[in-house]
Ligand binder design. Structure first.
Ligand code: PLP
Length: 348
């Protein structure tokens, strides 16, 4: 099956499973799981943070961050298209009593500085207290322009706001910011790029279960004090896990072995976009790191998805398709997909 619905569909590789079975385990609610501790400490050190916290999902990791930064009646500034605002069940408002102040994302995915500045409320009892700016990188596969990120973080800081980055696909952003990431898997250069991208944020949430290919798990990074607060919140949210080193081991394996290979997914996205460009009637947007967006002729998406399913190819039927590349999709699968889409639109 060629599954292009998301990069969450990746299955653990045999080597990843072997690493999971060998992991030393303990009770992480007591702080006793050596593998969870190793994951938290090594990822924090890698990106220049003091501490980390392993969570079952990115939704929970983001929510722990929002609730650690903001209290009841506080407000966070966020993009209208951001995952924390749009795709997490309204958790910040429901569980955190945090008021979102959504802003329309610019075409490049960033939040315009003047809109951020205008949304920061003065200290006045009429207003919620603006506490936090939350960005997302990559957003819809796009890498945020580094200069805008730096200016946004500086603006937030100037107004006394904390900053959070939803880095679910942080490593896609890092790898695509490098030229020829595989030719010189130069660890120092990659680490510098990662630290530049992480730079200035008070907290970052990283997903291990997307392109990195683990079965589950995200890590929240921040200061020791912020993470201590977040651990209490995670417990309240039901995310205190016990022998979770079994999952953390997959994360350690992925951070070692699956980061530079994200460049393959980006190459496959470019290959797929190029092949689809040649099919009349389709409008291609991207490639954006590991994603390709395709506007299909009006009303054809459901029939296309059904046809592709009969060819063992899975997509989500939308007027603008989002095709996501990941470690389960090789070059042959990209060509098979493009061939099948071409057959559908040339015989239909
Ligand atoms: C997937 C994702 C998350 C977290 O999702 P979970 O399914 O809860 O792990 C958060 N932010 C972004 C941008 C994502 O793509």
């Amino acid at each position: 099956m060629i599954d292009l619905r998301s990069d969450t569909v990746t299955l653990p590789t045999p080597a990843m499973k072997a690493a999971m079975l060998e992991a030393p385990l303990g009770d992480d609610v007591f702080g006793d799981d050596p593998t969870v501790n190793a994951l938290q400490e090594s990822l924090a050190a890698r990106l220049g943070f003091a501490a980390g916290m392993f969570c079952p999902t990115g939704t929970q990791s983001n929510l722990c961050a929002l609730m650690a930064h903001c209290g009841r009646g506080d407000e966070y500034i966020v993009g209208q298209e951001a995952h924390t605002y749009k795709f997490e069940g309204g958790g910040a408002a429901v569980l955190g009593s945090i008021q979102p102040q959504p802003l329309e994302n610019a075409a490049d995915g960033s939040l315009p500085l003047e809109k951020i500045a205008a949304a920061i409320k003065p200290d006045d009892p009429h207003f919620a207290r603006t506490r936090l700016l939350a960005l997302e990188n990559t957003i819809s596969g796009k890498v945020l322009p580094p200069s805008i990120v730096a200016a946004s973080v500086a603006l937030a800081r100037q107004h006394g706001l904390a900053t959070h980055l939803d880095g679910a696909r942080f490593f896609n952003a890092a790898v695509s910011s490098l030229t020829s990431p595989r030719l010189s898997p130069d660890a120092d250069r990659l680490t510098k790029t990662e630290r530049d991208l992480a730079g200035g944020f008070d907290s970052i949430s990283i997903c291990l279960s997307k392109g990195l290919g683990t079965p589950a798990g995200s890590v929240l990074l921040g200061s020791r004090a912020l993470i201590d607060k977040a651990i209490r919140i995670r417990k309240m949210l039901g995310g205190g896990m016990r022998q979770s080193g079994l999952l953390a081991a997959a994360g350690l394996y992925a951070l070692k072995n699956h980061v530079t290979r994200l460049a393959d997914d980006h190459d496959h996205a470019a290959l797929l976009a190029g092949r689809l460009e040649a099919i009349p009637g389709l409008t291609i947007h991207g490639p954006c790191t590991n994603m390709v967006f395709v506007d299909v002729p009006s009303g054809t998406q459901t029939a296309l998805a059904q046809f592709l399913k009969s060819q063992n190819i899975l997509i989500l039927p939308r007027p603008r398709l989002r095709l996501v590349l990941h470690l389960g999709i090789d070059t042959a699968a990209v060509h098979e997909t493009a061939d099948a889409i071409q057959r559908f639109y040339t015989t239909a």
